[in-house]
Design a protein around this ligand. Structure first.
Ligand code: ATP
Ligand code: MG
Length: 575
């Protein structure tokens, strides 16, 4: 492609409101243009990269036995009502773009395709002989994200690969899930990500398993925890951990209310009361779809809201508003405790709250704290569970190792759905005995456009993008200098022809610009190799060859440069 005809100019200025390198570089290097919040045009360079990522995904899906189809993005309300997700996706979460069509029916733009695919496959599957099945598509998805940000990372319109498996039994699902898990590892390796597969929250569906593929990056929105000794790794939302437990008092002391004015934070409170922080208790009040809930965690912990929400059946969990807290506790915010709350409030406690003798908790009275509290004597034992947020430094749930933390970008998610959709939407089959059974499903997503952004986030320097060859828009940036000289023009043109004949993907900078501008654009755009042609190189019968990832340019013959590009491409597809 000639750069003189190319759509997607580079920008000198760093665009405003860009918090990640990938977002800023994609805008500056002419890969994307924003149309509205979270909605982007994929300009030609990015389009090529997205096609290459899609191609890798397609190859690995095919190798894993999945068959490609393309479902409508325009969906109707009925299927979502049938699956029971309409309310959640519209009124509750508001993630779905829904509208009336001219016939008065309610339509929506697909945020995901469990409903549509289940509808297709239930027409297809009659008996066990029609199983297993596995289909995927690469398609634009629509989600009205509350906070679209970081460019393609969290967009409102984005490209996803979604695959769905249909099996007669758990063993079939296990095999389908395993095949996808391995395919996801191959995809991440082929793109060259530094990544980690982690255990993920399987949500209120209570599915039997789920893993996320996390690209490691400081700007990632997720926190992952992994053990420094064993292979345990999980999304923080999902992770459990063990905490140190301490020797307890031999005897219960009488409970009393201690005055601790304005002491809301656990550290100053513990100091004031002369007790260790682990003896204090945080009690947070939540609204879970109208039900008020108090959640207790040890003072040195925080609440894992995802786990609490799942425990309560999946309704969205919101911290109670200050006025509601005052109403329920009769005190200012910061003094909530489990004793004396209104009767309807459900009380949950993390299991590390238990086993303590003479602990502290809020007294539901401004400035007061109950001390020497004991379950069973001063209040009934609440509902215990794993409700604390696991953190870096905690003990691994599986071994004696310690948990480390890193930030990650979720690029893929595989999920055992079980029978949620097949039961709700009656996708059933007759087994060998003629008995009707629900099909067992799995779903497997990859953020194709998010992967492009994640790759830039991991591969850039202060001058621009550094594409790995396998997904670079072009392999080589051919830079012609002093093209106003007809001899140089002719030489550069013939090298451009030759590269194309050799099937090397080349972007030819044939613009009448100064060398400095061309080089800085080349660094910004980040193609893996650069070939420069000028009067000087032509006189020597050579070109200047440089890898974007390396500092040093070398003078070589054109054949040698072509050979180096071939080697570079071959090395990148070896993995
Ligand atoms: P997140 O937790 O980041 O909101 P999700 O868990 O809702 O994502 P899935 O439903 O698992 O997303 O979608 C599959 C994949 O699609 C994700 O792993 C991610 O790579 C991609 N994806 C999801 N939402 C977006 C978005 N708003 N913009 C770009 N890619 C997205
Ligand atoms: Mg996900």
């Amino acid at each position: 492609m000639r750069q003189s005809r190319h759509v997607g100019k580079t920008l000198r200025e760093v665009p405003k409101d860009t918090q990640t390198a990938a977002h800023a570089l994609m805008l500056r290097a002419g890969y994307i243009r924003q149309l509205s919040a979270g909605v982007y045009t994929y300009l030609p360079l990015l389009h090529r990269t997205l096609n290459k990522i899609s191609q890798i995904v397609r190859e690995e899906m095919a190798a894993a036995g999945s068959e490609e189809l393309l479902m409508p993005a325009l969906q109707s309300q009925e299927l979502w009502v049938e699956s029971g997700r309409w309310e959640r996706y519209t009124a509750v979460d508001g993630i779905m773009f829904a509208f009336k069509d001219r016939r008065g029916s309610t339509a929506c733009l697909g945020p995901t395709h469990e409903e549509v695919v289940t509808d297709i496959l239930r027409q297809e599957i009659k008996s066990y002989k029609d199983l297993p099945r596995n289909v995927f598509q690469i398609q634009t998805k629509f989600r009205d994200e509350i906070r679209p940000r970081f460019g393609l990372m969290r967009a409102r319109e984005f490209i996803m690969k979604d695959a769905y498996s249909f099996d007669p039994d758990e063993a079939g699902l296990e095999a389908a899930y395993e095949a996808m898990r391995l395919a996801y590892h191959r995809i991440c390796r082929r793109i060259g990500f530094q990544y980690r597969a982690v255990e993920a929250d399987s949500g209120a569906i209570g599915g039997s398993g789920s893993q996320e593929f996390m690209v490691l990056a400081d700007t990632g929105e997720d926190v992952i925890l992994f053990c420094d000794r064993c292979d345990f790794a999980a999304n923080q939302e999902q992770a459990s951990s063990r905490l140190e437990e301490f020797p307890q008092d031999a005897e219960m002391r009488p409970m009393e209310a201690a005055l601790g004015e304005g002491l809301i934070g656990v550290e100053p409170l513990a100091k004031f009361l002369e007790i260790p922080v682990w003896k204090t208790t945080k009690t947070l009040l939540y609204d879970s779809g109208g039900q008020m809930v108090a959640v207790m965690v040890r003072g040195d912990c925080d609440v894992n809201e995802v786990k609490v929400a799942n425990h309560l059946g999946g309704a969205p969990l919101r911290l109670a508003a200050p006025e509601r807290i005052r109403e329920m506790t009769g005190a200012e915010v910061g003094y909530a405790g489990p004793i004396g709350l209104p009767a309807g409030v459900r009380i949950l406690a993390d299991r590390y709250v238990d086993g303590r003798v003479n602990f502290e908790c809020g007294a539901n009275r401004t400035n007061y704290h109950n001390i020497n509290v004991n379950f069973g004597r001063d209040l009934p034992r609440p509902e215990f569970g794993d409700f604390k947020l696991a953190r870096q430094g905690d003990q691994c749930p599986r071994c004696a190792g310690r948990l480390q933390a890193a930030r990650g970008i979720e690029v893929g998610h595989i999920f055992k759905l079980g029978t949620k959709y097949s039961e709700a939407m009656s996708c059933r089959y007759l087994d060998a005995q003629g008995q009707s059974r629900p099909v067992i499903m799995g779903c497997y997503g990859i953020g194709v456009s998010r992967m492009a952004a994640a790759c830039i986030e991991q591969n850039h320097d202060d001058r621009g993008i550094i594409w790995p060859p396998q997904i670079a828009p072009y392999h080589v940036h051919l830079i012609g200098l002093n093209l106003e000289d007809p001899v140089v023009r002719e030489g550069a043109e013939s090298i451009y022809q030759r590269l194309q004949q050799e099937r090397i993907e080349v972007l030819f900078d044939d613009r009448p610009l100064r060398a400095g501008e061309k080089f800085s654009d080349a660094d910004l755009i980040g193609l893996p190799a650069r070939i420069t042609v000028s009067k000087r190189t032509l006189e020597k019968g050579q070109v200047e060859f440089k890898r974007r990832a390396e500092g040093q340019a070398v003078q070589v013959g054109l054949d040698e440069a072509i050979e180096r590009i071939r080697q570079m491409c071959a090395a990148s597809t070896d993995s």
